[in-house]
Ligand binder design. Structure first.
Ligand code: ARG
Length: 411
């Protein structure tokens, strides 16, 4: 009897060819596992295709709720975005998919796990690092990295074995999507100078086509997690789906990013992440209101580290776990309501309130009721400015204004 391999199966050309290729080259029986993290694919059809192409078994796992609860919301609480712009839909889903693959591998007594990633991307790293973390003895096979076929050769291989080749759309884009966002690369996008053609966008209107009338929406958070939209309590999945529709309609969440891949390549990617962008903006606004200055400053450093951890596939690491504990602690008072205005591609915070707000009107106001003691200011400034004053007196040569005039004189 042949040994079993678990294949991360998307239903696309590469993973379909891989089913056959794993049999031919390794004599493995393939169990195809498709993890539904919210792409628009018909999972029943994907499963059917796996069997038709030669898998001995095909499983579809609906992981949408777990994705929201255990991956998206921790990332949202962290404010995680890669290189300041990319909310990391793909990066966040990979550890969950890899975890499910290892679970199924253990249940099925499989000897190996296979994925369809090439040797140039981040996803191979994410899959394999997670598998190493969760099942250190598991063998990993990456057919598309090993077989060395060009796209044309892969298609020929598919035709030879009567593997259905997806109808060519005419555009050579590579797309990945889940509820946190959609990403598009390749084709004309490989030239960073070329403006993305309209056809690459599927979730968002252009700002020109977005409705003239702005939409307002109110998002309620509890401990950093969104729990209601426009006053209606919702589970995370419904809330994200709804916000994807609404913010997408208003042209929010288009991102054009030349990013630094983990494998040393710069790549140009177009993202659509309407709900992610709106939620990150709203969450930040609530933190502005409820975190003290030093908490906010320090958290920013953790955000940076946490984002890199996610992008680099290190979700299942002790370091990530430790930082998550810190992040959860910061969210104790991040509860309240944020009001957003969605208009022509802009997502603007127009209101925020919280029972734990640190904004004290009596301190901030310039009107009646001001309780800020202005007479304390001169003493504060005297001590705060003392080092600068002392230095200016004792090291006049390095005084900034003196330096300027020195240069002026030399000319
Ligand atoms: N560059 C992104 C990342 O590494 C997305 C990659 C998604 N793949 C794709 N075929 N568009 O997370």
């Amino acid at each position: 009897m042949s040994q079993k391999v678990i294949l991360a199966y998307s239903g696309g050309l590469d993973t379909s060819v891989a089913i056959r290729w794993l049999k031919e080259n390794y004599d493995y029986d393939v169990i195809a596992v498709t993890v539904d993290v919210g792409s628009e694919k018909d999972s029943a059809a994907v499963k059917e295709k796996a069997l038709q192409v030669g898998a001995v078994k095909a499983v579809v796992v609906d992981a949408k709720e777990a994705f929201v609860k255990d991956y998206i919301f921790p990332a949202l609480k962290a404010g995680a975005v890669y290189e300041n712009v990319y909310p990391m839909a793909t990066s966040l889903a990979r550890p969950l998919i890899a975890k499910i693959l290892t679970d199924v591998a253990q249940e099925e007594d499989a000897v190996a796990i296979a994925h369809g990633c090439t040797g140039k991307g981040n996803d191979q790293v994410r899959f394999e690092v997670v598998i190493n973390a969760l099942a250190p003895k598991m063998k990993i096979v990456a057919p598309a990295r090993e077989w060395g076929m060009t796209r044309e050769e892969t298609i020929k291989y598919a035709e030879k074995y009567e593997i259905p080749v997806p109808v060519k759309s005419g555009h050579a884009y590579s797309v990945d999507e889940n509820i946190w966002g959609r990403s598009v690369e390749c084709g004309v996008l490989e030239d960073p100078w070329i403006e993305p053609p309209a056809e690459v966008y599927a979730w968002t209107k252009s700002s020109i086509d977005a409705p003239d009338q702005a939409a307002y929406c109110e998002i309620s958070f509890e401990h950093g997690v969104p729990v209601a939209l426009n006053g209606i309590a919702m589970n995370g999945l419904d809330l994200i789906n709804e916000l994807n529709q609404l913010a997408g309609l208003h042209g929010i969440g288009r991102i054009d990013h030349v990013e630094n891949r983990l494998v040393g390549i710069k790549s140009r990617e177009i993202y659509e992440a309407p709900a992610a962008v709106a939620l990150l903006v709203a969450h930040q606004a609530l933190e502005d209101l409820t975190l003290a200055k030093d908490q906010a400053r320090f958290k920013l450093k953790v955000t940076q580290e946490f984002s890199d951890i996610i992008y680099n596939g290190l979700w299942f690491s002790a370091n990530r776990l430790d930082l998550s504990a810190y992040i959860d602690s910061t969210q104790r008072f991040v509860s309240g309501l944020v009001r957003l205005k969605l208009s022509k591609g802009n997502c603007i915070v127009v209101g925020r309130k919280s029972p734990y707000s640190l904004y004290a009107h009596s301190l901030a106001t310039y009107e009646k009721g001001d309780q800020f003691d202005q007479s304390a200011a001169p003493g504060f400034i005297h001590i705060f400015g003392l080092p600068v004053k002392t230095q200016a007196e004792l090291q006049p040569r390095f005084n900034i204004s003196a330096e300027k005039s020195d240069k002026g004189n030399n000319k």
